[in-house]
Design a protein around this ligand. Structure first.
Ligand code: SAH
Length: 352
């Protein structure tokens, strides 16, 4: 594709979401052309989300998991890791540290732990809301409508539940004993309950082709999410996908960029998996459409035991140092660290 042609395709993409155009763009392999795509996404990011880089603090509550997702190190069949559940006091303590850093969103994440009691989590959410002026994002997997409802009532603001791949057959293949239909239904329940709704995919899954990625991006557009996490797959040696290749880093950046161009306003994190894969912590995703960074505040030994994929816990250094590094990186980009709650742009527009 010639460069002037590329520009007109990119311009068209925001209005007309043509599968062939999306495919052409994510298949580009010329360095100059790829740079043009990423820069265009950066411009779209600026138009919709401005120059602030939103920050979130994450606490990984529990690594117990009843599922067997074939890419994830927490899968039920991995008997090699010690399992933990953080208690109420430990969690509140970490949330206090996050708030002390000036961060106003906490993400509470865990494996799909059936023993994670819904009423216990109600109390955690209520106490966070009682003590701190903070947004609460949950990411604890597929649960009943009633669980989602009581958590919302207790004050939870947002929920992250990724579809991982929008291709039903591929989804079912990678998630034995789970169903695409149920995951989608959970996501729709979350939306109906008024959560700011997060979704996302993995790049480089076994059996995933460019066509699947095109469909994933169209799925994002169709379902209309508030947050979208795109990250490269990283193989974990205690999973059935141990011997597969990692997701391609360039492909990850291209899909992220096209996601921004096609969907416009959702908050897009520079995912931890993306940072681990880039190995240069240069936040390249932030120049390809992303506008959010999540810092892991989970204390040791739990952080190392939340072993979804290798290299994650090694994203070492204390969060305060990482925030400082982000501040420097942001300034270099002519941007800034944004400490506001960072609600969905759609929600903010409704309020104002
Ligand atoms: N149990 C929760 C949280 C899952 S962990 C849920 O089901 O929603 C959070 C995210 O880590 C997953 O959504 C997935 O996208 C990502 N992840 C899991 N294994 C991974 C791997 N091997 N490489 C990269 N990302 C992975």
């Amino acid at each position: 594709m010639k460069l002037d042609q590329l520009h007109s395709v990119l311009e068209k993409l925001a209005d007309v979401h043509d599968a062939n155009d999306i495919k052409c763009i994510i298949m580009l392999d010329d360095e100059h052309a790829i740079r043009t795509v990423l820069e265009y996404a950066d411009m779209v990011r600026k138009r919709h989300a401005g120059d602030g880089i939103l920050v979130r603090g994450i606490v990984e509550l529990s690594n117990y998991c009843d599922r067997s997702c074939s890419y994830c190190g927490l899968n039920y069949f991995n008997k090699d890791i010690a399992r933990y559940r953080m208690n109420f006091g430990e969690i509140l303590n970490v949330v206090g540290q996050i708030r002390k850093c000036g961060i106003k969103t906490v993400v509470l994440q865990s494996g799909e732990d059936e023993k994670l009691n819904a009423h216990w989590l109600v109390e955690v959410i209520a106490e966070i809301k009682n003590r701190y002026d903070m947004a609460v994002t949950l990411s604890v997997g597929e649960r009943s409508f009633d669980d989602y409802a009581v958590w919302k009532q207790a004050g939870a603001d947002r929920y992250l539940l990724k579809i991982e791949t929008a291709n039903e057959d591929l989804y079912n293949e990678l998630h034995p004993g789970m169903s695409f239909e149920n995951r989608l239904e959970c996501s729709r329940h979350l939306k109906a309950l008024g959560y700011q709704n997060g979704n996302g995919i993995l790049i480089g899954l076994k059996g995933q082709t460019v066509n699947e990625l095109v469909n994933d991006i169209l799925f994002f557009k169709r379902e209309d999410f508030d947050m979208l996490g795109v990250g490269p797959f990283i193989p974990h040696n205690m999973t059935p996908l141990a011997n597969e290749q990692s997701g391609d880093y360039q492909m990850y950046l291209k899909v992220l960029a096209v996601t921004r161009i096609v969907t416009g306003y959702p908050h897009l994190p520079a995912t931890t998996a993306g940072e681990v894969a880039s190995q240069d912590s240069g936040y390249r995703a932030l120049k390809a459409g992303a506008n959010v960074v999540m810092f892991d505040f989970t204390p040791e030994p739990y952080r190392s035991l939340y072993d979804i994929y290798p290299g994650k816990a090694r994203q070492g250094t204390a969060p305060v140092d990482k925030i400082m590094k982000l501040k420097i990186a942001a300034e270099k980009m002519g941007r800034y660290v944004d400490y506001s709650r960072g609600d969905s742009i759609r929600v903010l527009e409704k309020v104002s």
